[in-house]
Write a protein that binds this ligand. Structure first.
Ligand SMILES: Cc1cc2nc3c(=O)[nH]c(=O)nc-3n(C[C@H](O)[C@H](O)[C@H](O)COP(=O)(O)OP(=O)(O)OC[C@H]3O[C@@H](n4cnc5c(N)ncnc54)[C@H](O)[C@@H]3O)c2cc1C
Length: 415
């Protein structure tokens, strides 16, 4: 049986970031990835902030900068804004995963692809013994001083260690259209119950004359694919030309609502496995990578001190929540208000934004990783917008109040 210091399950951005940091400290790290190739299949629209490039220490996987965005309401009134400098980047998502895995491997992490974490075997109080399925289908055992579950939304590690699941998992469906009409550095977002109830639909230029089109929505009985088909039909009408043939379809889920606990004895969860995802956009690359860095620092200290108990690893839970928890909580609160808005109310919100200085405010305060800041600024500067939304938000934006969400339960569903 193999004995290692750290077993990382999953070679996505979170897993490879943790593996890199720990291997660079000289620990023996093994990363298992169930797919034969790191980075494939792609399950992402690939829109990230400069912070992701900074965390990776590279921009080699960037395809194009994004300067503008247009948000369309249910009746297709829209608000558009454009920044002087790039505010986001469209990346080759498989390129990011491969780059990060390569960086970790160069630091000494060992990658085993086509290898699946199956479950936890009995632990002896010092090491974790786990069962892996090897590429030839055979069963292997491995023992590790600590296990990092970076295995995405359906985390087998979370299940094996009885760590609770996210509050919601939003179904998502996306496809790539190699040739698409549309503005090459502007992202389009579509709101409303007809096209994507619960989150939004998107059209994202791919930097090579095509686009990534997708939806993430409530699990309301209609499939994400059906909403996707509606969005594609709508886009074809809007552009006055069909989007052409799609390639690379993907169906996946987006976890929303962080877990009450992301650690246990000799185990941590990072990234989508820990639902470290922004509730207002479903984006999780920045949050997952940053939390993986925090996880690696805590695990390194635990390995050095010989204490990987739940008590010692609780520092990870505390530290990532101290850095990102409040933003995720606020965003979850705003999301709960957002999903209760009717189409008429959403249209009214777009109209109120259009009639104000909101474009300037959005350009000044917009940040795809910390979107609640711009929401608070918009509400604070636009009484007509505030009147459309639940009263509790008024307290949130009043001058001098602490920058905390009032309560996580914004009241009954408004039809
Ligand atoms: C349609 C869609 C569009 C998105 N668009 C964006 C976007 O534009 N920007 C953004 O920031 N985020 C986006 N996201 C979210 C983003 O993709 C995730 O937050 C991010 O991939 C999480 O990284 P991760 O490393 O935690 O997990 P993942 O990237 O999911 O990686 C987990 C890895 O674990 C492997 N694995 C799973 N189970 C096992 C097992 N039992 N054994 C071994 N390996 C296993 C998987 O094969 C996978 O490689 C999108 C998500 C979806 C669904």
């Amino acid at each position: 049986m193999d004995d290692v210091d750290v077993l990382v399950v999953g070679a996505g951005p979170a897993g490879s970031t943790a593996a890199f940091r720990l291997a660079a400290h000289g620990h023996r790290v093994v990363v298992v990835e169930e797919h034969p190739r790191v980075g494939l299949p792609v399950q992402c629209a690939g829109l990230v902030s400069q912070r992701v490039l900074d965390l990776a220490g590279s921009d080699s996987f960037v395809r194009a900068p994004v300067r503008g965005a247009s948000v369309f309401g249910p009746s297709l009134g829209s608000i558009s804004f454009r920044a002087e400098f790039p505010r986001a980047f469209v990346i080759e998502r498989s390129g990011l995963d491969i780059y990060l895995a390569d960086r970790a491997a160069r630091a000494g992490a060992e990658y085993r692809t086509a290898t699946t974490f199956e479950h936890r075997l009995e632990a002896d109080g010092v090491r974790e013994r786990v069962r892996l399925r090897a590429p030839d289908g055979s069963i292997r055992e491995l023992s590790a001083r600590v296990v990092i579950g970076a295995d995405g939304v359906s985390s087998a590690v979370a299940r094996a260690y009885r760590l609770r699941r996210p509050v919601e998992i939003l179904p998502a469906f996306e496809a790539e259209f190699p040739k698409s009409p549309g503005d090459a550095d502007t992202v389009e977002v579509y709101l409303g119950r007809r096209l994507s109830p619960g989150l939004f639909g998107w059209w994202i230029p791919d930097g090579a004359g095509g686009a990534r089109v997708g939806v993430a929505c409530d699990a309301d009985g209609t499939s994400a694919k059906a909403y996707f088909d509606r969005l594609v039909a709508h886009l074809s009408r809007r552009f006055g030309a069909p989007l052409g043939s799609a390639t690379a379809y993907l169906a996946s889920g987006i976890p929303i609502g962080t877990l009450p606990r992301t650690h246990g004895d000799r185990v941590l969860l990072v990234g989508d496995a820990a639902a470290q995802v922004k509730p207002l956009s479903g984006g999780g690359i920045f949050t997952g990578m940053r939390c993986a860095e925090i996880a690696a620092a805590v695990v390194h200290e635990g390995l050095e001190r010989g204490d990987l108990s739940a008590v010692a690893l609780a520092e990870y839970d505390r530290a990532w929540r101290a850095e990102l928890g409040e933003e995720l909580r606020r965003a979850l609160y705003l999301r709960r208000i957002f999903v209760r808005l009717s189409d008429d109310e959403l249209d009214a919100v777009i109209a109120a934004l259009k009639g104000s200085e909101s474009e300037t405010t959005i350009v000044a305060f917009g940040d795809i990783d910390f979107p609640t800041h711009v929401v608070r600024e918009l509400l604070g500067r636009s009484p007509s917008l505030l009147r459309l939304l639940p009263k509790a938000l008024g307290a949130w934006v009043a001058p001098g109040t602490a920058y905390r969400v009032p309560d996580l339960e914004p009241g009954p569903l408004r039809k």
